[in-house]
Ligand binder design. Structure first.
Ligand code: F6R
Length: 606
């Protein structure tokens, strides 16, 4: 999961590449580099570290050229270092790569036998040498076709050639690649966002395709070298969404945007006049679906888990949930009457895409819930439900999580009503209560003052736990994930009822434990579990909803009350303080909140 960019222009490209790389830093930021063609030579500058470091190095070296490629890396093969940073160049070609070449060890051995010398520990360098080798006896196009046939794994590539001063080759298998059309210049990029400041006219390469990009023309080819025609899409541009505004971090802005993103999504799907849900052109009859399989990774997996509770409470569907990286390699028994739902913010997550691809190949009903509607997962699913929450830039997913939950909830209500699992009057009540969700989230955001007071204890702790039952269990997992990834504090999410089967042994004097106990059917049981951890010395932060009934328990360290609403919607509200807890804990520690260590926003490798 790296970011690649390429520009073929009539003017110098270095600073444009740097600007695009900044936008791609969400995909990786442990090293970066650029190569350009100038006066018949390939020149490169690369370094360990972020694009800021690269820019300083570029200022010293004055890299000229009208054709160039750039890269931001998230290390897979080889440590983050200048030597392992892309581009990887021979005398004749220079390559940037996103993905993994699975047969690189074997190819490397064969190429060393042919006299090639390797400088880095990366899998990418085999691509450089492989093309160099093929170019000895083949023209450019045939060298590319032959090279692509030898590679196993997933990749998106950008390649420049010493002897072809006006062009860049782009190729895709598995990892995404967009091309952009500009005035007197054309572009390659890992996504349209990287190209946004230069163009909104975009095409996407499909799996197996490659392209030749020049400043005045782009040709597309399939894997056998036959020309392919491409549609040019015009993307809407809303640059404001890509700006932090007055916020210190995108994450803070994105948490606070949730009243608006939830409202937008409700406006898109809810027919307020008729108290109905609009999901137009859904390609299947609800009576033809008997089971639902929800698939995602990380936070998206948590929203799938959440949806299982709703589907089971409100409908008669048989529901299962899977982590994409597990699903895709298990011996699955596909069922004709199952609906497979893929949840992904980016729509590019390699494992989720792999699971979708597998279902498509088995001719299953596939539906995706995505934020990025131009993404590979959206394009390759048979039906798409967007979450309408605008670009999410912070690596930790926040507004996309609540957006995914909302769309899953709406789908559950719609299918449940169609099948008559949900009676019309109950359905209408649920729609009415949804209309106030945005305001309730807005009010709940004010719990941040209380959160700021408690986060010291989490920051200083050697570990923490997040407990919940029923619908609060997926939220406990999500709260723990947020704290881990941002504040680097060990945090475990657990079903509160499971504690006595082992994890209770972890509780020691002063350990911070978040207990999620909204007043739902599980409330009393969770409060009992809370008492068990308090009795063993835990410092409990209880998150519940406002109620006229006092919480009956002694020795609770702190209590945060979210707004009151229907049981179905409480998970949205108890999520908010957990997002804030992770944010303020990371802020206290002075960490890079939008780009936590070792992570990247879009996980396009397995
Ligand atoms: C956590 C987080 C990740 C993503 C996961 C899936 O805050 O952001 O766990 O949720 O990598 O990403 P998408 O949703 O893009 O498929």
């Amino acid at each position: 999961m790296c970011g690649i960019v390429g520009i073929a222009s009539t003017k110098s490209v270095t600073s444009m590449i740097v600007n695009s790389l900044r936008k791609l830093e969400y995909r990786g930021y442990d090293s970066s580099g650029i190569a350009t063609l100038h006066n018949g030579n390939i020149n490169e500058v690369k370094c360990e570290g972020r694009v800021d470091v690269l820019e300083k190095n570029l200022n010293k070296s004055n890299l000229l050229g009208n054709v160039g490629i750039g890269h931001v890396r998230w290390a897979t093969h080889g440590i983050p270092s200048t030597l392992n940073a892309h581009p990887h160049s021979s005398e004749n070609v220079s390559v940037v790569h996103n993905g993994i070449i699975e047969n690189s060890t074997l190819l490397k051995k064969l190429l060393i036998k042919k006299g090639h010398t390797f400088k880095s520990q990366t899998d990418t360098e085999v691509i450089t040498h492989l093309i160099t080798e093929y170019l000895k006896k083949n023209d450019l196009k045939n060298s590319i076709i032959k090279m692509l046939r030898r590679l196993h794994g997933s990749f998106a590539l950008g390649i420049i050639f010493k002897d072809q001063p006006d062009l860049i080759v782009g190729a895709r298998r598995g990892s995404p690649l967009a091309v952009g059309y500009g005035p007197n210049e054309n572009y390659l990029g890992s996504d349209s966002y990287a190209l946004k400041s230069m163009t909104n006219k975009i095409s996407y390469l499909n799996d197996g395709e490659f392209c030749i990009v020049k400043n005045d023309n782009i040709d597309f080819f399939d894997e056998t070298g036959n020309k392919v025609n491409k549609k040019i899409l015009e993307l809407s541009s809303n640059e404001k969404n890509y700006d932090k505004g007055e916020y210190k971090h995108f994450m803070a802005k994105e948490i606070d945007e949730q009243p608006v993103t939830i409202k937008n999504c409700i406006n898109e799907y809810i027919d307020k006049k008729n108290n109905d849900i609009n999901i137009f052109n859904f390609p299947w009859e609800s009576k033809d679906i008997s089971s639902i399989v929800l698939i995602g990774c990380g936070t998206a997996y948590h929203s799938c888990l959440m949806a299982k509770y709703w589907f089971e409470q409100l409908t008669k569907f048989d529901v299962s949930v899977d982590i994409a990286s597990e699903f895709r390699y298990r011996k699955n028994r596909f069922k004709d009457n199952a609906l497979y739902i893929f949840v992904s913010q980016s729509g590019e997550t390699a494992d989720t895409y792999g699971a979708l691809d597998l279902c498509n190949k088995n001719d299953m009903k596939t539906c995706s819930i995505v934020n990025v509607v131009e993404s590979s997962i959206a394009r390759d699913s048979k039906f798409v439900l967007p979450i309408h929450c605008g670009p999410e830039i912070g690596v930790a997913s926040t507004k996309a999580f609540t957006g995914q939950m909302l769309v899953l909830y709406l789908l559950c209500l719609k299918l449940g009503k169609d099948r008559k699992d949900i009676a019309n009057d109950i359905f209408s009540k649920k729609i009415i209560s949804l209309k106030s969700l945005s305001d309730l989230i807005k009010n709940t955001l004010s719990t941040e003052n209380d959160i700021q007071l408690v986060c010291n204890s989490f920051v200083e702790a050697k570990g923490s736990m997040f407990l919940g039952r029923g619908c609060s269990f997926p939220i406990a997992l999500e709260g723990a994930l947020k704290l881990k990834e941002l504040a680097y504090v060990h945090a475990e999410g657990y079903p509160a009822g499971e504690m006595k089967h082992g994890p209770l042994a972890l509780i020691e004097e002063g350990m911070p434990v978040v207990v999620l106990a909204p007043r739902d059917d599980y409330y009393k049981k969770t409060i009992s579990n809370m008492q068990e951890v308090i009795a063993r010395g835990a410092k409990v932060l209880l998150i519940t909803n406002k109620s006229k009934d006092e919480v009956y328990s002694e020795n609770i360290w702190q209590t945060i009350e979210v707004e009151n609403t229907s049981e179905d919607l409480l998970p949205f509200l108890i999520t908010i303080p957990l997002q804030k807890l992770a944010y303020y804990s990371a802020l206290k520690k002075g960490y890079d909140i939008d780009k936590p260590r070792n992570l990247a926003k879009s996980v396009t490798v397995e």
